[in-house]
Design a protein around this ligand. Structure first.
Ligand code: USQ
Length: 400
């Protein structure tokens, strides 16, 4: 199939592009390289030395004999460029990763909040409007987030997107309703993914676009079997306070002997998935699209849940690293339970990579190997969620 990967130079987009190319799909990456620009803006760099997009693509041709196309288009700003691309290439599917994906970056200041909303919402809406204008039947597969649900349980397992329920309305009558699971985002970034959901629902209803929204947990890991085939194909790895995600941060902190930065009590429970499983899930989503006129297909893309302090203890056991409970820079529940349904991908054949299998390898292959590239000054999380935190009022995460 012809597949356009929007945001195909990023942390998820790059390994997904290689994986799909290896499966025989005709892949074209659309990317304005904004993630590399944000590295420069933050003075932070990927732990792993990533090659330019041109070198990456040339290396992939050399190693695999397969070609991946590339167009520099800003999906959020260049609507005409995107529409022309759809008309000329007529892809059968678009995978939409082209959004600013870091919660701390989105909360840093009003400029970043506005950039995240403008960029993410415009990008999503441009994709949908351009598909309608092109007249093509392009399946949209979007990287959403578990964070749209919030991380509470309401005493039940979080379903895959919808609550299909009988609602008792005033007067006592019961009506069948399919309700998008109530959203409860914890950052401006997560809120943009909530807003995306409504754009998808509208276009699926009004224009019968086929949309799959993947509610993904926190990725851990770096390499996939494709990115590890040549140093020039290596994936990026973020460990800084804005873009580094929790387990990857703990892994690198262990590698350089930096105390593991547990926010508050570390009682936050989150959903996780390995980077290789992410690529396989995209393939499964492509193979199982919704029909035209069907509601948006929402699939929870996660394989395990863990509490942050348990992860710190696990990494500490493997590495001997010290754990430090630091004041939580975020406004989030200090302790939560999390039960999530992920039966769709398991039923479709996903075989999860478990943390217990892969963690030690990751510490050895990434954290220790690249330890000399770590800039320790970039490790502390400095983006604060509220003005009170910024004003220096001590913030007790247990009280949130
Ligand atoms: N945390 C720590 N110590 C750290 C970093 C984080 O205790 O050094 C805690 C945070 O306070 C939070 C949890 O770990 O409670 C997760 O933080 P994170 O930075 O790993 O993940 P998050 O900000 O939620 O965002 C990441 C990705 C985002 C994706 C999301 C999936 O950046 O793109 O959508 O994970 S989910 O979390 O399931 O919503």
């Amino acid at each position: 199939m012809k597949i356009a990967v929007l945001g195909g130079d990023g942390f998820c987009g790059w390994p997904a592009s290689l994986y799909l190319s290896e499966q025989g799909h005709e892949v074209t990456i659309i990317d304005n390289l904004s993630r590399r620009g944000i590295d420069a803006e933050l003075g932070a760099d990927s732990l792993t030395p990533i090659s330019s997009i041109e070198e990456r693509l040339a290396a992939w041709r050399e190693v695999s004999g397969r070609s991946i196309g590339y167009h520099s288009i800003d999906v959020a700003q260049d609507y005409d460029g995107l529409l022309d691309f759809f008309r000329e290439e007529e892809p059968g599917a678009v995978i939409h990763f082209a959004e600013q994906r870091a919660a701390p970056y989105s909360m840093k200041n009003s400029q970043n909040k506005r950039y995240t909303v403008d960029n993410n919402i415009n990008a999503t809406h441009n994709v949908l409007a351009a598909i309608v204008e092109s007249g093509l039947d392009i399946h949209v597969v979007h990287l959403g987030t578990m964070g749209v649900y919030g991380y509470g349980t309401a005493g039940m397992e979080i379903p895959e997107g919808y609550l299909d329920v009988l609602v008792e309305v005033p007067g006592g009558k019961q009506v069948e309703q399919s309700i998008l699971y109530p959203s409860n985002p914890g950052s401006v970034y997560h809120m943009t993914k909530v807003l995306d959901q409504h754009l998808f629902a509208y276009y699926a209803k009004n224009d019968e676009l086929r949309v799959t929204d993947l509610h993904q947990g926190i990725i851990w890991g770096t390499h996939t079997s494709q990115t590890s085939r040549d140093d020039r194909l290596i994936n990026r790895f973020d460990y800084d306070g804005d873009y580094g995600t929790v387990l990857n941060r703990f892994i690198i902190q262990a590698g350089v002997g930096y105390p593991l930065t547990v926010h508050g009590t570390g009682g936050q429970t989150r959903a996780f998935i390995h980077i290789s499983d992410m690529a396989r899930c995209i393939e499964l989503a492509l193979e199982n699209p919704p029909a035209r006129g069907e509601r948006v297909k929402i699939i929870n893309q996660m394989t395990e849940t863990h509490r942050v302090r348990d992860l710190a203890e696990l990494v500490s056991r493997f590495s001997g690293a010290r754990i430090e409970h630091v004041p939580n820079p975020r406004k989030e529940s200090a302790e939560n339970e999390l039960y999530v349904s992920n039966k769709t991908f398991l039923e479709l054949g996903l075989k999860p990579t478990t943390l217990s299998e892969g963690l030690l390898r990751e510490i050895e292959e990434v954290a220790i190997k690249y330890a000399d590239r770590v800039d320790l000054s970039k490790i502390p999380a400095q983006s604060l969620w509220t003005k009170e935190q910024a004003a220096g009022v001590p913030h007790d995460s247990r009280a949130v």
